[in-house]
Design a protein around this ligand. Structure first.
Ligand code: BGP
Length: 470
């Protein structure tokens, strides 16, 4: 049996996509509260009623019921994020908001009650809006200090409860999505590469600093980086396409290099040199960056192709980083190309190169589900397409484990339906658990088990053996 004993099976969510209660118990506004239409849409000055994230799926009030359902599936781990603006409503205060801290105490206690390990993302696309507007997010070096203050508070509070930490969600997406990922308020079109890489540097220093502090304050803690993984295949065997693919990969993966080796790779120094980018560094940065992570975590949804002649391929829609469409792959209803073998590829690739344990912390299929009457009278969803997707990917994880890759665990994205990050829809559902809430805001918020719920439960109970049998 390939999956090792103690393999961490579970699911993942982010505060801004599920909690709701956007202004309750002292929470400040964050950047998600002013992006009602997701990444593509315009942002607003104030929170507006059409922003589904303001109420989310009401996890803030229903977490007990939800965690009980996760426990019923047999989860060993639950990945969630702490909303920074619940702890520091503006982000630059000295003293934290006790009610925000108490909320996560209750959530972690609930997980631990069922033997579920919390896996906590410290910052998941939810920078406090004040930090974004006042400092322009991570462009400003002072963000490192605000983030340090925040991590010291949460490490101190939750040490003993939380062992697994991730510093920034998909840290490598800041180049493509400066507002979402870096809290940078200036419009993307007005930013130079100099600005973007300066922000990247600050985030990387903050991430290494958090790792150092975590290791000092919680010797048993395991800290991971979290990147958006996307294998880049050359569109053709033409050497120019192969080199294009390599250079695209370098830009995505240099973040992993930084987190595991602790210094800038030669190819990035060359890129900076040739593009007139000069990163402003403080004297201590080099030392701080040497604090490398314990494991690499990543999201995996799709692969892309690269072509030297950009006009050659059809450009694909997809998960933030984008790329050229692969003519050999099918795509989801939202145009994300489905490539289970790409997961085996990326696991091997990261492991060969960086030699750290790996954790798949996001993977899943966003689909429009239909609620139908179930056998026992309870509504359900016959989501065989989701089962197929997840099984195909998990079989590739198994292959990678057979290849010798050290895989710590697997958390499906959106284990309970939640608001989409890219389009802010509820219709794009990922969950094992259906949440009765619709894009027009209607719905009872009731939770229903989908067919995949029972399937995943069997997979976990058999530690993966059931994948083969079905
Ligand atoms: C990742 C984000 C998640 C998540 C997921 C699915 O990029 O880390 O927050 O939402 O993608 O994307 P979407 O919600 O757009 O379907």
């Amino acid at each position: 049996m390939a999956f090792p004993e103690g393999f961490l099976w579970g699911g993942a969510v982010a505060a801004n996509q599920c909690e709701g209660a956007y202004d309750e118990d002292g929470k400040g506004l964050d950047i998600q509260d002013v992006t009602p239409h997701g990444i593509m849409g315009p942002r607003t000055e104030e929170p507006t009623e059409d922003n589904l994230k303001l109420a989310g799926i009401d996890f803030y009030h229903r977490y007990r019921e939800d965690i009980r359902l996760f426990a019923e599936m047999g989860f060993k781990v639950f990945r969630l994020s702490i909303a920074w603006s619940r702890i520091f409503p503006k982000g630059d205060e000295e003293v934290p908001n006790e009610k925000g801290l108490a909320f996560y105490d209750a959530v972690f206690d609930e997980c631990l009650k069922y033997g579920i390990e919390p896996l906590v993302t410290i910052s998941h696309y939810e920078t406090p809006l004040h930090l974004s507007k006042t400092y322009n997010g991570w462009i400003d070096r002072r963000m490192i200090g605000f983030y340090e203050n925040y991590v010291r508070v949460i490490f101190d509070r939750y040490k003993g409860k939380v062992k697994y930490w991730l510093t920034f969600n998909e840290i490598n997406s800041v180049l493509q999505e400066p507002f979402l990922s870096g809290g940078i308020y200036t419009e993307k079109e007005k930013l130079s590469e100099q600005d973007l890489y300066q922000a990247v540097h600050h985030e990387l220093v903050a991430s290494a600093l958090a790792t150092k502090i975590a290791h000092e304050m919680m010797p048993e803690a395991k800290v991971g980086c979290m990147v958006l993984s996307m294998p880049v295949y050359p569109l053709t065997p033409a050497p120019d396409d192969v080199i294009e693919a390599m250079e695209t990969r370098h830009k995505n993966d240099f973040f992993v290099h930084m987190h595991t080796r602790g210094y800038y790779p030669g190819y990035m120094k060359r890129y900076f040199r040739e593009n007139g980018i000069e990163i402003q560094k403080a004297a201590e940065d080099e030392e701080i960056l040497k604090h490398t992570v314990d494991f690499i975590s990543f999201s995996y949804y799709m692969s892309v192709c690269a072509a030297a002649d950009q006009g050659k391929g059809e450009s694909g829609r997809g998960n933030l980083l984008g790329g050229v469409k692969n003519p050999y792959l099918k795509e989801s209803d939202w145009g994300w190309q489905i490539d289970p073998q790409g997961l085996r590829y990326v696991l091997n690739d990261f492991y060969d190169r960086y030699e750290k344990p790996l954790f798949i912390v996001e993977n899943g299929l966003g689909a429009a589900d239909e609620l139908v009457p179930g056998k026992d009278g309870e509504p359900t969803v016959n989501d065989d397409y989701r089962i197929d997707y997840l099984r195909d990917h998990l079989l590739q994880v198994e292959e990678a484990i057979e290849d010798g890759v050290e895989v710590m665990g697997y958390t499906t994205w959106g284990c309970i339906d939640l608001v989409s990050a890219s389009t802010a829809e509820l219709k794009k559902r990922y969950g094992f658990i259906y949440v009765d809430r619709n894009d027009d805001g209607t719905g009872t918020l009731n939770r229903y088990r989908k067919k995949s719920f029972y399937w995943y439960k069997k997979v976990i109970a058999s530690n993966g053996a059931a994948l083969e049998r079905q």
